[in-house]
Design a binder for this molecule. Structure first.
Ligand code: FES
Ligand SMILES: [Fe+2]
Length: 363
């Protein structure tokens, strides 16, 4: 008989050293969301961001290519850029070394007087960059497998559900801080066993919770269901607009991002960032064609924040407290070999991916 799969020991979520190990072995080797190409319209446009204690920036080159670099000057390590903006060359504020938009050193004042100085050997440190449907992802591991290998079927699936994908722009952003370890929030997102009891609006006004299923594919958890009866839907959808107008789909990309398409082909995303071992920032973004604002999308973003997101915060923060209680012993997971909404096979998939990165004895 197969051994029953169990939840993880509390230490995985409560020990600050665990997050340090995850930063080293998981986050610095995984694909993570950085931003959207609409933030980099023209050559020289850039935005800086933090990824697990690393300062980076994305930059569009003169050749139109989007690249990502560590935000550090190769002279004596001053930070190169702040926030976002546009530059023709990157000039370090410390001693005015300047760099081309592809990261090569352009000029180091005084270097002409240094015998043997070879500026052609100096270049900003790059990170891997890939763009899927306008979404920029980075990986600090230059040898990492491509997103196509990590997330098979993603680009095709998004194109199928989002006929206007290339024209979508972030329109509303909602951010919350959860007082829990990032894995609690991700695990909670990754099962709908808790939906009917805890998400009345989502489970009766957006999707059919009974049909909800989650299937691991590569390092994706693919969520699917259909929409509730149209007259119960909390917003209006034109069922004739395309073949996927009445479906719900989500692609959770291990470890910290999810594309989610609500009925009506409404794209919204989740991005998780571990602030520390017991605090997680969750950013929700809602997208529309050309970024056009609308009452429907605004109300959907607000409805989600005050129902599903608020309901989940109560759950995940209670779990963090429970894991810190000293009385928790890992319980068995409910794994139905047929899958379905009452099965936690997706949690087991998350734990396997975690162990694959960390090794089983990490905690
Ligand atoms: S540290 Fe950047 S120019 Fe000196
Ligand atoms: Fe939930």
């Amino acid at each position: 008989m197969n051994a029953i799969a169990r939840a993880l020991e509390a230490d995985w979520y409560t020990d600050p050293r665990q997050l340090e190990r995850e930063r080293e072995r998981l986050f610095r080797r995984a694909w993570q969301f950085a931003g959207h190409v609409s933030q980099l319209e023209g050559p020289g446009d850039y935005f800086a961001f933090e990824l697990h204690g690393r300062s980076l920036f994305c930059l569009r080159g003169a050749d139109g290519e989007v690249r990502t670099f560590y935000n550090v000057c190769m002279h004596r390590a001053h930070r190169l850029v702040e926030g976002s903006g546009s530059k023709r060359t990157l000039v370090c504020p410390y001693h005015a070394w300047s760099y081309e938009l592809d990261g090569r050193l352009k000029r180091a004042p005084g270097s002409e007087n240094v015998p043997g100085f070879d500026g052609s050997k100096v270049c900003l440190t790059p990170a891997r960059t890939e763009i899927v449907g306008g979404f920029i992802f980075v990986n600090l591991d230059l040898a990492a497998a491509s997103m196509g290998e990590w997330y098979p079927g993603l680009a095709e699936g998004l194109a199928e559900f989002l006929p206007d994908l290339e024209r979508l722009r972030p329109t509303y952003t909602r951010e919350v801080e959860e007082r829990c370890n990032w894995k609690i929030s991700v695990e909670n997102y990754s099962e709908c066993y808790h939906c009917r009891l805890n998400h009345p609006t989502f489970a009766s006004g957006v999707v059919d919770a009974e049909a909800y299923d989650i299937v691991p594919e590569g390092h994706v958890l693919r969520h699917t269901t259909t929409c509730v009866a149209l007259d119960a839907l909390s917003y209006t959808v034109d069922p004739e607009s395309n073949a996927r107008a009445l479906d719900y789909s989500s692609w959770f990309l291990w470890p910290t991002f999810s594309f989610q398409v609500y009925p009506g082909n409404v794209l919204n995303t989740y991005s998780w960032q571990a602030t520390d071992h017991r605090t997680t920032r969750v950013v929700r973004q809602w997208f529309s064609v050309d970024g056009v604002e609308s009452d429907t999308l605004y109300r959907l973003a607000e409805q989600d924040l005050t129902t599903t997101v608020a309901e989940d915060i109560r759950l995940v923060e209670s779990v963090q407290r429970g894991l810190e209680s000293g009385g928790y012993r890992p319980g068995p997971l409910i794994i139905d070999p047929r899958g379905g909404v009452r099965s936690e096979h997706s949690i087991r998939a998350l734990h396997r991916w975690l162990e694959e990165a960390m090794g089983p004895a990490a905690a």
